[in-house]
Design a protein. Structure first.
Lengths: 282, 121
């Protein structure tokens, strides 16, 4: 089962929940850090990284001798990664999303794809938890291709917990696409709720089975509970604000180190998620 | 010889637009007789990225030999240079006419490199 953890708003506790889910699981489990711009699950899981592979994006290389100057490649590219001035075709690999369209379209067969490094995918073991994470190279602007590489390397072996990036933009879509269920971690504040509504819209657009976890549920207001009720969103986890959890966090330990009795809640969650309907309808 | 000036308006009295890639249009001036046409560049206003690259290709297709604008970034400059278009910058010029006057009087020097940083991608 692939279980994705996302949130909309950052700092609601995605990584804390994802790490606890992985540590509480009894069977075969992996933690997959899809937040490739700032992977941080390793700070709490402390994996021994034993595999490291470069992730590359295929970018165009133009053979000037074959180019007829038709300009099809530059007209096709929505990202302006090619500029055609007659038979002088300039490429801007840093803008390329690696779709391969230019090479397929070129009637002269003058474009071939060459790999360009965008980051690394790392794997290792942390106790019973298999950890896979991506690290986007500094200066590379587009996370989705690396997120897809991370998911490919992890595969769907056992229970896979995907720790997703914050927000509701392309990186999140790349991370949650294809998961079996999505857990949205929120906090009971207006900001948390605002971004939760965006994340719910995203999940419904992708027709993903959906549930909500409310972190620090005894703080803030009651509006988030009311919103979830009105929208028919099952709240499967409520975690209270707890100083011991915060202290464990500051030591680089997951919340189960401070509250081992919560493991039961996390152990039950994947089975509950497996029974959810699409878009949060019970 | 034709030169292009970035502008948000539609005449010589219109303000110079200091942007290149996301300028709404280019005023394409024939230096020999002072006649001009307008080249639309608005399709670039909403481009997610690479507006300067696209604008430079559009400009190259007009046959302009020189560009007067406010600033020019590295990707646009690379395309303009490959197209053989000389780039002049005069961000302080109040109007298209003032920019052209400075160019005609020889007060503008062609750029040897981009004068501003590239964007995030």
């Amino acid at each position: 089962m692939i279980l994705a953890i996302a949130s909309g708003k950052g700092g609601t506790g995605k990584t804390s929940v994802a790490v606890a889910l992985a540590q509480a699981a009894t069977g075969k489990v992996q933690y997959v850090d899809c937040d490739v711009e700032a992977p941080n699950g390793h700070l709490f899981l402390h994996p021994a990284i034993t595999e490291r592979r470069e992730a590359c994006l295929p970018v165009p290389a133009v053979d000037a001798a074959r180019c007829t100057g038709c300009g099809e490649c530059a007209r096709f590219c929505q990202y302006n990664a090619l500029a055609a001035l007659g038979t002088n075709v300039l490429t801007f690999p840093e803008l390329c999303h690696g779709c391969g369209g230019c090479a397929k379209l070129c009637p002269a067969g003058a474009i071939r794809e060459v790999p360009r490094r965008i980051g690394v995918v790392e794997s290792g073991q942390a106790g019973t938890v298999r950890v896979t994470q991506g690290r986007l190279d500094v200066g590379h602007p587009a996370a989705p291709p690396l997120i897809r590489a991370v998911k490919r390397q992890a595969g769907a072996d056992g229970l896979a917990i995907l720790d997703c990036p914050p927000g509701t933009a392309c990186p999140v879509v790349a991370a949650v696409r294809g998961c079996d269920a999505l857990l949205l971690v929120t906090e009971p504040t207006p900001f948390g709720r605002h971004d939760l509504t965006l994340a719910v819209a995203l999940a419904r657009g992708l027709r993903l089975p959906l549930a909500v976890a409310i972190n620090r549920c005894d703080t803030g207001d009651r509006q988030t509970e009311a919103y979830c009720r009105a929208e028919g969103l099952p709240v499967l986890l409520r975690l209270p604000d707890d100083r011991r959890v915060a202290e464990a966090y500051s030591r680089g330990e997951g919340m189960l180190a401070a509250r081992p009795e919560w493991a039961r809640l996390f152990r039950q969650l994947p089975a509950a998620m497996a029974t959810l309907g699409q878009g949060g309808a019970p | 010889m034709k030169i292009a000036i970035t502008t948000s308006g539609d005449s010589l009295a219109a303000p110079l637009d200091s942007r290149f890639g996301r300028a709404p249009r280019f005023l394409l001036l024939e230096l020999a007789d002072g006649s001009f046409t307008l080249v639309d560049n608005r399709q670039n206003l909403d481009a997610a990225q690479g507006a300067g690259i696209q604008a430079a290709q559009n400009l190259a297709a007009t046959g302009a030999r020189a560009l007067i604008t406010g600033h020019c970034g590295p990707k646009a400059f690379r395309v303009l240079q490959a197209a053989g278009i000389q780039v002049y910058t005069t961000p302080g010029a109040p109007t298209v006419a003032a920019a052209v006057e400075a160019y005609r009087a020889g007060r503008l020097q062609p750029l040897a490199a981009a004068d501003v940083e590239g964007h995030w991608a």
